[in-house]
Design a protein around this ligand. Structure first.
Ligand SMILES: Cc1cc2nc3c(=O)[nH]c(=O)nc-3n(C[C@H](O)[C@H](O)[C@H](O)COP(=O)(O)O)c2cc1C
Length: 452
C-alpha cells in the first residue's frame, strides 16, 4: 500500500559549551569555542550551528563605552540608549524602547550594563556588535577553517516582544545557516496554499540554544545539531522587517483612533504620583505639531509653580466672586462654585496655563476681520491643546481643560505680566487619574457628518 510519503523523523540536539573565560577585547573566540567543545567532549560536525551570545562578541570586539553622567545607573543607561537610537519607539518611565542603527527594536537598544565594569573604573556599558552579520560570518569562516567542517553561526541576544510577556533569544547575526524559511506558496495538510507563512528559523534556533544556557554560569556558546540542511542560508538582516512593511510604526489607523479616543476629561488625580517631565515635554512637542495660521507657532504653555498657581487662582477667584455677585448669586452659591473649581485646579499635580500669542496675526482695520483673524489663532490653540491631551493620555496621564482663564483674561495677564497679545485658552489640570474613566459611548456620526 502506498500512502503519502512520511517526512523524515527529525531529531534536534542543543549542547551547551560552558567556558570559564571572562572575555575582554581582542580575545580569540575560535580558540575559546574549540576549548569549550573539547572540555564538553563535543566534536563539531557538518551542519552544526554555533549560537554565540552577542555579549561575548561585543566584548571581544571592544564595544564597551563609558556610561554618561546621570543620577543613577538606570538613568545613565537610558541616556546612552537615547544616544544610540535612530528612533525612539516608546519612552515611558518604565521602559525605553528604541530602534538601533541595525534596525533592531528593543528595550534600551540591547545595551548591557551588567557585569561589564571594572571594579573601580568608570561605569561602562556594552553596546550591540556593530555588524552582527559580519561578526557571524567572520566567526563562521574561522571556525570552518579550524575544524574542517561546514558550520553555521548565529549571534544571539535577549529581546522582549510586543504583546507577549517574557523575553526570548533572537538572532542578530546569521551566517552559514537559515534565517527565514519561506513557506509561502506551499500547501498545508488540507491542501490550502500558505500565503504568509515565513518561519523565523534563526530566532527559533536562538531560542533553543537559550534553553540549555545558564546566564549566571557563563554559557555563551551552544551547539544546535540536527537542523534541516536544505533551507537556504540567510542573514540576521533578513529578519528585520523593512519600515514600509511595519504596520505598527504608525500603529495604522486603528491606533490613531484609539489614541484620540483615549483622551478623557479627568478631574480627580492621584495626589502621590507626580507628572514625569518627559511626558510633559512629549505632549508639548505633540501640541507643537498642530496646524496654525500663516506658518506661525502661536502656542504657549505656562507651567505654573506652586506659588504662582496659588496667587493666580486667588486673583481669579476674586474676579469670579465679583462677576457672580453681579449676576445676583448669593454668597453660598458663589463659594460652592469656587470650591468645586478649586477641587480640580488647586490640587492637580500640574497646572498648565495654555494660550496663544497673536504676534504673527495679520492686522485688519475693521473689527469683523480682526475678530476672524483672532479666532483663527484661538482655533489653532484648541488643536494644540487637543494634541497635548491626547499624548498625555497616551502616557497614562489624565487632564481637564477648564475654561476659567478665558473669562478673566485681564486678571491673568496682570498677575503673570503677560502682554495683550497673549491670549489664554483655559487652564489644563494634569495628573495620573485617581480612577479609570468610563469607556466612551459609541458615537453616531450620521448627524455630525452631513451633506448639503
Ligand atoms: C474649551 C473647553 C472648555 C472646557 N471647560 C471646562 C470647564 O470649565 N470645566 C470642566 O469641568 N470641564 C471643561 N471642559 C471639559 C468638557 O466638560 C469635557 O470635554 C466634556 O465633559 C467631555 O468629556 P471628555 O473630554 O472626557 O470627552 C472644557 C472643554 C473644552 C473643549
Amino acid at each position: 500500500m502506498s500512502g503519502p510519503s512520511t517526512p523524515p523523523r527529525r531529531h534536534l540536539e542543543a549542547i551547551a559549551l560552558p567556558t570559564p573565560v571572562r572575555f575582554t577585547e581582542g580575545d580569540d573566540l575560535v580558540t575559546a569555542i574549540a576549548d569549550a567543545a573539547d572540555a564538553a567532549g563535543v566534536e563539531l560536525r557538518d551542519g552544526d550551528v554555533i549560537c554565540v551570545a552577542s555579549k561575548v562578541v561585543s566584548l571581544v570586539e571592544g564595544a564597551l563605552v563609558d556610561l554618561p553622567d546621570a543620577d543613577d545607573p538606570r538613568a545613565a543607561r537610558r541616556e546612552l540608549a537615547r544616544r544610540e537610537a535612530v528612533r525612539i519607539v516608546a519612552d515611558t518611565p518604565g521602559v525605553l524602547v528604541i530602534e538601533t542603527r541595525h534596525g533592531f527594536v528593543s528595550a534600551n537598544g540591547g545595551i548591557d550594563a551588567s557585569n561589564v565594569a571594572d571594579d573601580d573604573g568608570p561605569a561602562r556599558a556594552l553596546l550591540l556588535p556593530i555588524d552582527p552579520d559580519a561578526s557571524a560570518d567572520r566567526l563562521r569562516g574561522q571556525l570552518t577553517a579550524r575544524f574542517g567542517v561546514e558550520l553555521g553561526v548565529i549571534v544571539t541576544d535577549t529581546f522582549g516582544r510586543p504583546w507577549r510577556l517574557g523575553q526570548t533569544e533572537v538572532a542578530l547575526g546569521v551566517a552559514g545557516t537559515a534565517a527565514l524559511r519561506d513557506e509561502r506558496g506551499s500547501t498545508d495538510l488540507d491542501g490550502a496554499v500558505l500565503e504568509v507563512t515565513e518561519a523565523a528559523i534563526a530566532d527559533e534556533v536562538a531560542g533553543i540554544a537559550d534553553l540549555v544556557r545558564s546566564k549566571a554560569s557563563g554559557t555563551p556558546f551552544v551547539v544546535v545539531r540536527g537542523l534541516d540542511p536544505d533551507v537556504p542560508h540567510g542573514t540576521g538582516r533578513d529578519l528585520v522587517r523593512p519600515p514600509e512593511q511595519d504596520l505598527f510604526r504608525s500603529g495604522g489607523p486603528t491606533a490613531a483612533e484609539s489614541a484620540v479616543g483615549a483622551r478623557r476629561t479627568v478631574r480627580r488625580f492621584d495626589p502621590d504620583r507626580p507628572v514625569p517631565p518627559t511626558a510633559l515635554r512629549a505632549a508639548v512637542a505633540a501640541a507643537a505639531t498642530a496646524p496654525a495660521p500663516h506658518h506661525t507657532r502661536p502656542w504657549r504653555f505656562l507651567r505654573l509653580r506652586p506659588e504662582t498657581r496659588t496667587r493666580l487662582l486667588d486673583a481669579m477667584a476674586e474676579r469670579w466672586r465679583a462677576d457672580l455677585a453681579g449676576d445676583g448669586l448669593d454668597g453660598d452659591r458663589i463659594e460652592r462654585r469656587i470650591t468645586r473649581s478649586d477641587a480640580v485646579l488647586r490640587v492637580a499635580p500640574e497646572l498648565l496655563l495654555p494660550g496663544v500669542v497673536l504676534d504673527g496675526a495679520h492686522h485688519y482695520p475693521d473689527e469683523r476681520r480682526a475678530a476672524a483673524e483672532r479666532d483663527l489663532f484661538l482655533l489653532s490653540g484648541g488643536a494644540a491643546l487637543q494634541n497635548l491631551q491626547v499624548v498625555l493620555a497616551a502616557h497614562g496621564l489624565g487632564s481637564a481643560w477648564i475654561s476659567s482663564t478665558v473669562f478673566c483674561v485681564d486678571t491673568v495677564r496682570a498677575e503673570l505680566a503677560l502682554p495683550d497679545t497673549w491670549v489664554p485658552t483655559g487652564m489644563l489640570a494634569v495628573g495620573y487619574p485617581a480612577t479609570s474613566p468610563p469607556p466612551r459611548e459609541p458615537v453616531d456620526t450620521d448627524h455630525l457628518l452631513v451633506e448639503r
